[in-house]
Design a protein around this ligand. Structure first.
Ligand code: HEM
Ligand code: HEM
Length: 181
C-alpha cells in the first residue's frame, strides 16, 4: 500500500529552495554584474523558504515535523553503524542521517543568505571577512548538496525505491517488516 509521506508544502518548499540555491550559486559565480538582482532575489527566496519550512517543522503534517525526524545522536550513530554493516532499516520519513543533513542544509542556506545580505548593507559594508565568509559558505553548501544527492541516490538504491519521485508525488511504500515510521 502506498501512503502520503510528504505534504504539499514540504514538496513545494523543497523544490523552491533547491531552485533558489542553484540560481544563487550559479549567478554568484558566472553572471555579469547587472545580474546582481537575480543573485540577491534568489538568496532572499532561499531564506524565505527556509524560514517557512522551519515554522512548518512545528505545525506541519507528521513527517514534516522536526520532532519526528531529528533523532538523538545515539540513534544517528546506530544508524550509521548499521549502514556500514549493510543492514540499516528503511525509514518512512527522513532517516537519521538525512534528518541531520536537512538541518545542515537549512542552516547553511540561511547563513549564506544572511552574510550576503549583511555585506550589501551600509552597516557592514567593506568588511572583507564577511565577503570571505559568504564565499566559504557558498562552497560549504555546494559540498552539502553533493552529499545530499549522494545520500538520496544511495538510499534509493539500497531500499529499491525512487525517493526523488516521492519528493514530487509525496507518496511512498507504506511501512513493512522492520521499517521505522
Ligand atoms: C540546492 C539544492 C538542494 C537543496 C538545498 C536541498 C535540500 C533538501 C532539504 C533541506 C531536504 C529536507 C526536506 C524537508 O524535510 O523539507 C531535502 C530532501 C530531499 N531532497 Fe533535496 N535539496 C536540493 C536538491 C535536490 C535535488 C536536485 C534532488 C533530486 C534529484 C533532491 C532530492 C531530495 C529528496 C528525494 C529528499 C527527501 C529525502 C528523503 O527521502 O529523506 N534534492 N532536500
Ligand atoms: C542561497 C543563497 C546564496 C548563495 C548560495 C550565494 C552564493 C554566492 C557565491 C557563490 C558568490 C560568488 C563568490 C565568489 O566571488 O567566488 C556570491 C557573491 C555575492 N553574493 Fe551571494 N549567495 C547567496 C545569497 C546572497 C544574498 C541574499 C545576497 C545579498 C542580498 C548576496 C550577495 C552577494 C554579493 C554582493 C556577492 C559579491 C559578488 C556580486 O555581487 O556579484 N548573496 N554569492
Amino acid at each position: 500500500m502506498r501512503i502520503r509521506v510528504w505534504d504539499g508544502l514540504v514538496r513545494a518548499l523543497h523544490w523552491t529552495l533547491a531552485a533558489a540555491v542553484a540560481t544563487a550559486w550559479i549567478s554568484g559565480h558566472w553572471a555579469p554584474a547587472d545580474f546582481d538582482a537575480v543573485h540577491h532575489t534568489a538568496g532572499y527566496v532561499a531564506l524565505g523558504a527556509v524560514a517557512l519550512r522551519l515554522i512548518w517543522g512545528f505545525v506541519g503534517s507528521r513527517h514534516a515535523r522536526l520532532a519526528q525526524f531529528v533523532r538523538r545522536p545515539r540513534e544517528v550513530l546506530a544508524y550509521a553503524r548499521a549502514l556500514r554493516a549493510g543492514h540499516e532499516p528503511r525509514y518512512i520519513g527522513h532517516n537519521p542521517l538525512g534528518g541531520w543533513m536537512a538541518l545542515m542544509l537549512w542552516s547553511c542556506a540561511a547563513a549564506v543568505s544572511l552574510t550576503g545580505w549583511l555585506y550589501t548593507t551600509e552597516w557592514l559594508w567593506g568588511y572583507g571577512w564577511l565577503e570571505a565568509l559568504h564565499v566559504a559558505l557558498g562552497w560549504l553548501i555546494a559540498g552539502l548538496v553533493g552529499g545530499h544527492l549522494g545520500g538520496v541516490v544511495m538510499t534509493s538504491w539500497r531500499h529499491r525505491e525512487n525517493l526523488v519521485a516521492a519528493m514530487f508525488s509525496g507518496m511512498k511504500r507504506g511501512p513493512q517488516g522492520s521499517d521505522v515510521d
